[in-house]
Design a protein around this ligand. Sequence first.
Ligand SMILES: NC(=O)c1ccc[n+]([C@@H]2O[C@H](COP(=O)([O-])OP(=O)(O)OC[C@H]3O[C@@H](n4cnc5c(N)ncnc54)[C@H](OP(=O)(O)O)[C@@H]3O)[C@@H](O)[C@H]2O)c1
Length: 314
Amino acid sequence: MKAAVIDNFDQPPAYRDFADPVPNGPEELVEVVAAGVHQIVRGQASGRHYSSHRQLPMIPGVDGVCRRSDGSLAYFGGLRAPYGTFAERAAAPMLMPLPDGLDPAVVAASMNPGMSGWNALAVRAALQPGQSVVVLGATGASGQTAIQAAKLLGASEVIAVGRSAAGLRAVSEHADHTVRIDSGTDWPAQVAALADHVDVVVDYLWGEPAAGLLGALVAGRADSTRQLTWAQVGSMAGSPLALDSELLRSSNLHLIGSGLGSVPMEQIGTQLPAFLGHLAAGHLHVTPVRRRLADVTEAWSEPIPPGQRLVIVP
Ligand SMILES: NC(=O)c1ccc[n+]([C@@H]2O[C@H](COP(=O)([O-])OP(=O)(O)OC[C@H]3O[C@@H](n4cnc5c(N)ncnc54)[C@H](OP(=O)(O)O)[C@@H]3O)[C@@H](O)[C@H]2O)c1
């Protein structure tokens, strides 16, 4: 079959022949319809993501939409290395039937970014209706859908914090407040001043922005014993963070992560129907930028508009 193949972690994938997958045990042979180029996909294809199996050659791609032998469409993922979803065919161990009427490219673009905030809030932070939420790194595809997820899950107030002014303008219709990360301002204090208490932070940045905001939120708390749940989801601003021990002793800070390895697969499965229902209703939607599998090498480094997602269609 034809596939996008990584032969070297420093190079984009090449469009070339690769051995067809042979289903093993419960795996089902399917035709790939659409697959998204998410940050995790780029991280695995460069060997840098913690979930990378670092086996070459490999086909990248963690999830997508496929057609089963009965003609129906399903969401799928979790393929056995070295296989990924940027190929004509796959042996899928995990399949979730899709409701009628969903555009496969929209599903492929939206599931990974959309489920990141949904899982962080609904599963890991167990957000309660009426709680207030900050989304740090709100201008990416994941951050913008996390704002909507917080509202759909009953948050009373959502503060969107991000770097690009244009990205913040784009998310302002869903967020109650927006604050721009600008090294020339005390933006963490601006965020802290917007709410008497923040209950949950969904963090896509980590690094310096997270350290600054964490300090300001703890310092600005009216009741230091009220729980502040910090859900770490992405690290666009860097992986290390210097954490002052006083922050933990002087507040009721719960520092948790949400991602592959921390969210049990069964819990992801229980959240998927609700998530897909919202997607079908037009919420949590990420706009796909469709490119053909044959053009994957050029598409890999193409600039994609903020908040949109490159989707490969065989
Ligand atoms: N754990 C999970 O389940 C999960 C799932 C999905 C994604 N993620 C992670 O979440 C992160 C975001 O993913 P995404 O899908 O939103 O990616 P994306 O659509 O490519 O957006 C990335 C965003 O990061 C922002 N950014 C980059 N460097 C920054 C910095 N130094 N300071 C502030 N903002 C910065 C960019 O802001 P500008 O607009 O200003 O350029 C852009 O909006 C990634 O680390 C990804 O791996 C985790």
